[in-house]
Design a protein around this ligand. Structure first.
Ligand code: SAM
Length: 620
């Protein structure tokens, strides 16, 4: 699907389109570009000289808008897979000139209606012309209410002047400063963040990295790269600066497609193979082919997506309710997903091995039996990891597998039989908080962490189980911290440092530790970022299983290739706009039963979210 998600793969080249001029011979235009190697064309749908007022005045209302051919010139699948409609760029719905404004209103609706008739997947809307775009946004908003599947890509130049470099050609901000993000932000706010409104970024020279970073939190669908942005390499071929190259890789990583635009600006050296092969299968070589080849080269040289990221592709930016493993009984499918995450169990096995060696000296390995309890055993992967640790360290183990889900217990029983663990493993079908253990444990193994560490069943359930750990016993998980990061997008590597929020240790016998906690965090926006819109906060955890063996998803120390946990997202009901250099103050409370409440107090106050756990709580 040329206009669909870009799945990075060496065999997949469906990522690059081309912007074309008006051409009423659509079959020829398409053939030239598709045979020339492009995946889709961004093409005007209507003669650019058309103005509704002229037709109505001159033809007594009988005129037919001069569209690029009829719908019959291409097949429905060609229209929808290979054409992005480019809405006329003269359109200016906020013009002071009333005739132009009226013409713009009519033409915009006509062109969008035609594009819908053709079932195009997307239309490129022209860049808002002035500081005010209210009428343009009003019309687009009306259109969005009635669109079925089509996406509207608002064309926005990637530009932001530095504070001191006033740029006289600004059409966005007072005082001559340009920050095109502001234009986009105001437009999408007027359209209430409609999910079918997205962005096509026009890339010329590049602003600061911090300000570019904001765009990766937005729904950018295409990056339009102009031939004038290309440099010339030693062999005379077009190439991009290092910063542009890096930007393009990040675009590809965010499934943003490239579109080459403009006239060829590189006359290739005489005798080059490009010039020699100017006919392929009887067709003229595409004049923009060297630009496409260069973009293709950048795409192809990227490493293929790692297995884990491939697995996670379908989950990108998809909000899921956290699991409730105590209140609900998890399903087989969920356990199966956990069990595929071998990175997690390898860490547990390492931690149990270290604990066993600390607990039992080599000389006594054959005489001492260590009592290990897995609480929340599910279908047994931690039991298996523990037994493997015993085998690899030559220690003897007696395992209790405690699980409250009766369905998982069925699997545990058949696993024990199948693996011949009958003499080593006792299955206990019960809630760990009320189990009357027949003996005390040397090692307690648990894994009841949520994405934010404490937002599932730790620490409450694990606290409930520590009754049956020997006073000098070991808890594997022994410590976990949760950290916070402000966020505009799940994949954004954002510019502020992570902060530590809450910390829990196990076993915990101190009566002074309260599971109810409060933290105020202050983030400061860098001053070259421009304004940002904060939609919420991401939460991560990092856990020490035992000594130096850790497990976590906090990005700077994340356990490689582990996919059981995605970050948690604390949304803000209304996004908060944060000016550059301004502090962003966030408060979070951990209340009874791990319920969270949160709010922002600077630069402006939000309501307290999830007051009294009214919307989300963990059933304990
Ligand atoms: C996140 S799952 C992990 C399962 C298993 N350790 C794994 O890695 O696949 C947590 C398990 O703990 C169980 N559980 C939750 N609360 C429990 C409780 N209070 N007592 C016993 N089991 C509990 C759930 O039924 C679930 O099987």
């Amino acid at each position: 699907m040329p206009l669909g998600e870009v799945v990075r793969d060496k065999s997949d080249s469906r990522y690059c389109g081309v912007e074309t001029e008006f051409n009423d011979d659509m079959p020829q235009l398409l053939a030239l570009n598709i045979n020339g190697g492009f995946d889709f064309v961004v093409s005007p749908l209507m003669d650019p000289s058309y103005r509704p007022s002229l037709i109505v005045a001159g033809n007594n209302g009988a005129g037919v808008p001069p569209f690029a051919g009829s719908d019959l010139v291409l097949s429905p699948s060609q229209w929808s897979s290979h054409v992005v409609g480019k809405i006329s760029s003269w359109i200016d719905l906020d013009s002071e000139d009333e005739i132009l404004r009226k013409d713009s209103e009519i033409a915009l609706k006509e062109e969008i209606a035609w594009a819908s008739h053709l079932s195009l997947q997307a239309c490129l809307l022209p860049t808002p012309k002035g500081a005010s775009c209210a009428n343009y946004a009003r019309y687009v908003n009306q259109i969005l209410q009635n669109l079925t599947n089509m996406q509207l890509w608002l064309r926005i130049p990637l530009e932001k002047s530095d504070n001191d470099a006033m740029n006289g050609n600004s059409d966005h901000l007072s005082g001559g400063q340009v920050d095109s993000w502001e234009t986009w932000n105001s437009f999408r706010l007027l359209c209430e963040h409609h999910s079918q409104l997205s962005i096509a970024l026009d890339v010329f020279s590049l602003p600061s990295s911090n300000s570019i970073g904001r765009w990766f939190g937005e729904s950018v669908r295409a990056a339009i790269i102009h031939t004038s942005s290309f440099l010339t390499n030693a062999r005379g071929y077009p190439c991009l600066s290092k910063r542009h190259q890096k930007l393009l890789s990040v675009f590809f990583n965010h499934s943003i497609q490239a579109v080459v635009s403009g006239k060829p600006e590189h006359s290739l050296p005489t005798g080059s193979s490009e010039l020699a092969v100017n006919h392929i299968d009887g067709l003229q070589r595409h004049p923009l082919r060297p630009y496409l080849d260069y973009v293709a080269y950048l795409y192809q040289r990227m490493d293929p997506l790692p297995e884990q990221e491939r697995f996670e592709l379908g989950y990108r930016d998809f909000l899921q309710s956290p699991l409730q493993p105590l209140m609900d009984n998890l399903e087989a499918q969920t356990y199966e997903t956990f069990e595929k995450d071998s990175a997690k169990y390898i860490q547990y096995q390492r931690a149990v091995s270290k604990a066993l060696m600390d607990r039992v000296p080599d000389e006594e390995a054959s005489m001492i039996i260590t009592v290990l309890m897995v609480v929340g055993a599910g279908r047994g992967p931690l039991v298996r990891a523990s037994l493997q640790a015993a085998e690899e360290t030559g220690r003897k183990l007696r395992v209790y597998a405690v699980e409250k889900n009766p369905n998982a217990i069925v699997t545990l029983h058949s696993l024990v039989k199948l693996e011949g663990w009958e003499n080593m493993v006792t299955i206990v079908s019960c809630d760990m908080r009320c189990w009357d253990a027949p003996e005390k444990a040397d090692i307690l193994v648990s894994e009841l962490l949520g994405s934010f560490g404490d937002n599932e069943l730790s620490p409450e359930c694990v606290d409930g189980a520590q009754r049956f750990v020997k006073p000098d016993g070991i808890s594997i998980l022994s410590l976990y911290v949760k950290s916070h990061k402000d966020l505009v997008h799940f994949e954004t590597t954002y510019v502020v440092k992570l902060h530590r929020v809450f910390m829990f240790t196990h076993p915990e016998y101190s009566i002074t530790r309260s599971n109810q906690q409060y933290m105020k965090l202050q983030f400061k926006m860098p001053n070259d970022t421009g304004s940002t819109l904060v939609h919420g906060f991401a939460g991560y955890f990092d856990a020490t299983l035992y000594k130096d063996v850790h497990l976590g998803i906090e990005p700077s120390t994340a356990t490689p290739n582990m996919f059981s946990w995605f970050p948690i997202f604390f949304p803000l009901r209304t996004p908060v706009q944060v000016p550059p250099s301004s502090p962003l103050e966030f408060h979070i409370w951990r209340c009874c039963g791990s319920t969270k409440e949160w709010c922002v107090t600077s630069p402006s106050s939000s309501p307290i979210h999830n007051s009294n756990g009214r919307s989300y709580w963990v059933g304990l």
